[in-house]
Design a protein around this ligand. Structure first.
Ligand SMILES: Nc1ncnc2c1ncn2[C@@H]1O[C@H](COP(=O)(O)OP(=O)(O)O)[C@@H](O)[C@H]1O
Ligand SMILES: [Mg+2]
Length: 205
């Protein structure tokens, strides 16, 4: 199985947008194992809209409440069982988007990074460029390394912050995969152009 996991320093950092941009560039398959929150556009729906040439695979779990998967599952009376959390079959590159950040619980005995390690796919980290990102990103990279998850690099989202970006990638010696600016408007065309201009897709293929 070839592919990678898109994780991030937090929720709302831009994982879905980055995953969509990469899925379109690589004509990849996209999979969101657990969607927590069904009001408004889901992550899979956003990727369908932003990456018209990607193949969006069905989620393993669709939970009603927008919160940590372990709690969303409890509220819905569902168990996020190991047997249902296996990688889907595809002959495309598989891009998996985790919920929230790297240590979000799927169950009290199963954190996101434990799943990534079990799946044996490398991960890439989406990080804001905003103040505070150095520590959040280094913590995320340590958590992944501590579980034996290989790291492809970091994609930054936001205004250019060369000092913070360089500190992170030099201290952990991980590739800087590029920076996605805020796009206005954000649609399939502007995203594809921004990914082509700014992101090292070649390092992820
Ligand atoms: N580069 C960008 N330009 C404009 N809007 C963005 C960009 N990246 C993310 N967003 C917006 O910010 C919000 C959070 O992004 P999203 O990718 O859903 O984050 P996550 O998947 O990490 O929760 C969404 O409304 C999304 O459309
Ligand atoms: Mg998302």
């Amino acid at each position: 199985m070839s592919g990678f996991i898109v994780t991030g320093t937090d929720t709302d950092v831009g994982k879905t947008v980055v995953a969509a941009g990469l899925a379109q560039a690589l004509r990849a398959a996209y999979w969101k194992p657990v969607q927590a929150g069904l009001d408004g556009e889901t992550d899979s729906e956003a990727v369908t809209r932003l990456a018209p040439d990607a193949m969006v695979l069905p989620e393993a779990f669709r939970l009603a409440t927008p919160c940590s998967p372990h709690e969303a599952a409890r509220i819905d009376g569902v168990e996020l069982a190991d047997a249902a959390l296996t990688l889907p079959e595809t002959n495309r590159t598989l891009i998996v988007e985790g919920a929230g950040g790297a240590l979000v619980p799927y169950r009290e005995d199963l954190l996101a990074a434990d799943l990534f390690a079990r799946w044996a796919l490398p991960a890439m980290v989406v990080a804001r460029t905003a103040l505070g990102t150095i520590s959040h990103t280094l913590l995320t990279l340590e958590a992944l390394a501590g579980r034996g998850v290989a790291v492809k690099g970091v994609v930054f989202v936001g205004e250019e912050e060369p000092v913070a970006e360089a500190a992170i990638t030099r201290i952990r010696r991980v590739p800087h995969l590029g920076r996605l600016p805020r796009l206005e408007p954000l649609d399939a065309d502007t995203l594809a152009a921004a990914v082509a201009a700014n992101i090292r897709v070649d390092l992820l293929a």
